[in-house]
Design a protein around this ligand. Structure first.
Ligand SMILES: [Cu+2]
Length: 353
């Protein structure tokens, strides 16, 4: 009894000393929670705080990620021309596995990143370009980049493991086929390397291009923050409820094109439902003819495609998983459609039909 009390005292003192040290070192970045709060944990336990809790973790969030920027950000690489006239697109991608991200208010999670974010950058090329990825693994674990698409076996990012602490590999392949494809780390246990965040989108444009549109990328992802192989949070582009609190602004009568990819681990399916409208869906984006005109698609892991639509009426419209559990845990957003009677897309949604 006496022994355990002494141990408790030592642990308590250590925590107080550590917290005080952090307070003096990082006093400006520390968030003090002044109010007493009661939480119910996922296991049904009740946690009561005493208020004035210092959360030193706040100062170690090392990911800067803006879902609104990510939504419409496309990386075309450093472009040059080879002697035979082929376009070369070079990208440098750095893997790390020590970053901490605030996944949801007050929830911090060790994410593994390509170029510092989850998802990694959207890589974009045109069919027939030569894509060169200078991959550097600055993590503490082995990682690779495995692209979906057509390429030689040694460029597949599966057997050529890239070691930690600065290991390097150059992936080089011809961009193709046309469409939207995932890339992700392919080191075992794959489940962990994907669930931690090592994935992104790779778009291959047709040589003739696609009709002008307001283009965006939505990666349907989730996070298992308590390691029970079930996701606690879901989102389009990492931050739960982000596009609900920050609606995506679009115009009436303008063609909207969304490159959508499901990368959710642990769950067999995910889906995307659009309100007040229907969209043309091009599975994998490999065909110019849409396979369906719908308001609901269901995707298993790494299934992806392109959706195209226009809104006729202004207002707020939800976009969300119709697996309601996922939408209630974060995968829900809003399109805020502004009236723009002058705006007419050049080709309308008849593209490919
Ligand atoms: Cu990995």
């Amino acid at each position: 009894m006496e022994k355990s009390r002494t141990r408790f005292m030592i642990i308590s003192m250590s925590v107080i000393i550590a917290a005080s040290t952090l307070y003096f070192v990082f006093s400006e970045g520390i968030d003090a929670q002044l109010e007493e709060k009661v939480f119910v944990t996922h296991t049904g336990g009740i946690v009561k705080t005493t208020g004035e809790i210092i959360d030193p973790l706040y100062v170690v969030s090392t990911v800067e990620f803006d879902p609104m920027e990510y939504l419409r950000e496309f990386n075309y690489g450093q472009v040059s021309e080879l002697p035979d006239g082929t376009t070369l697109r070079e990208f440098t991608i750095i893997a790390e596995d020590d970053k901490v991200m605030e996944i949801s208010p007050g929830v911090f999670f060790n994410v593994w990143t390509f170029n510092g974010t989850v998802p990694g950058p959207t890589i974009r090329a045109t069919e027939g370009d030569l894509v060169r990825i200078n991959f550097i693994n600055n993590g503490a674990k082995s990682h690779t980049m495995h692209f979906h698409g057509i390429h030689p076996a040694e460029m597949d990012g599966v057997f050529e493991i890239v070691g930690p602490g600065g290991g390097q590999f150059t992936y080089e392949f011809e961009a193709g086929p046309v469409g939207v494809h995932p890339y992700h780390c392919h080191v075992m246990p794959l489940e962990e390397h994907i669930a931690r965040g090592l994935y992104g989108v790779y778009i291959v444009d047709p040589k003739e291009g696609r009709p002008a549109a307001d283009e965006m990328v939505m990666v349907l992802n989730g996070f298992d923050t308590d390691f029970d192989t079930e996701n606690n949070f879901y989102a389009a582009n990492t931050i739960p409820f982000y596009y609900q609190h920050h609606p995506i602004q679009i115009n009436t009568n303008e063609l909207i094109r969304v490159y959508v990819m499901n990368i959710v681990e642990f769950d067999p399916i995910n889906n995307l439902h659009l309100h007040g409208n229907l969209y043309h869906y091009y599975p994998t984006g490999t065909d110019t003819v849409p396979s369906t005109y719908t308001d609901m698609i269901t995707l298993s892991q790494t299934e992806r495609g392109i959706i195209e639509f226009e809104y006729e009426y202004p207002g707020k419209y939800l976009v969300h998983a119709h697996k309601v559990e996922f939408s209630e845990k974060g995968w829900v957003g809003i399109f805020l459609v502004k009236d723009n009677p002058e705006q007419k897309s050049q080709t309308g949604i008849e593209y490919g039909t």
